[in-house]
Ligand binder design. Sequence first.
Ligand SMILES: [Cu+2]
Length: 312
Amino acid sequence: MPIPASSGWRGRLAKFALIPVVGTLLAACTEQENTNPTGDGNAPNLFGETSNGIGFPHEVVTTEGIAAAGLYLPIFLIAVVIFVLIEGLLLFLILRYRRRSTGDDLPQQTHGNNLLEVIWTAIPMVVVFVLFIVSTNVLVSQVEAKSDEHGAVVDVQAFRFGWIFDYQDPASLDPESGQYEQLGFPPISGGGREGAPEMVVPVGEPVLIRLTAADVIHAWYVPAFFFKRDAIPGRTNEFEFTVETPGVYGGQCAEFCGLAHGDMYFSVNAVEPAEYEAWVAQRLSGETAPAAADTNEMAEPETTEEMSEEDA
Ligand SMILES: [Cu+2]
């Protein structure tokens, strides 16, 4: 039986097959500038100079983030095996059963094969199930795990367009109400590109963050922590992180919240516990370092009312 005249489907198929390849090359060549004024060069881009160039997370500095980032390699390898297998089979079939000039006969036609169908249903199910177990394990046992003791407890409130860091006393936890007492110095707040507030935390100790928002939904995002969480008005989202490497890590709002959303920066300065204690003592005594004193004068929520009227 003659094959109908070719309608160019093979050509089209080849073009479609090229799309992922070209996309990957373009992405790999794209370099984005780190524009985070508070950051350590660890900008939230996947393909720029600050990553390893193929979209893998790099320089993750928290225990929880390292566990989550560790999922990338096994998942990537599974994807590579599937890609090579599927593309290889496709290319093989396209070439092996292409129309030849020597004959018009159709190759042998097969209709239905229960064994094959069971196999190609079972393999993806097993793959998805394994991925589910592995990632849920990391999520439950690491990312969402809660510690009994914390090096610092900070109530974080996001507002248009800045952040308030209100330090609580980790030792003051009332087990009945689950509430803490304030640590005893005024909250640190700031916003905008210039006045981005800095959160100081101890290295190697779990830090508990209780995150909420004053007006609209924002999101806490620190690329080097490999972690993002929504800040929602009327709700408190709790999470923990343990920074393993001292340093200043840039963060920013990751949920579009208004015109100045792009300027909603902050940073986390992770220091040795002794240095952290000294910083707390300095705060309690009312003295503040010059830079920190500046940010303290920055926008409080009242100021943002004006800003939000402007953008309304
Ligand atoms: Cu925001």
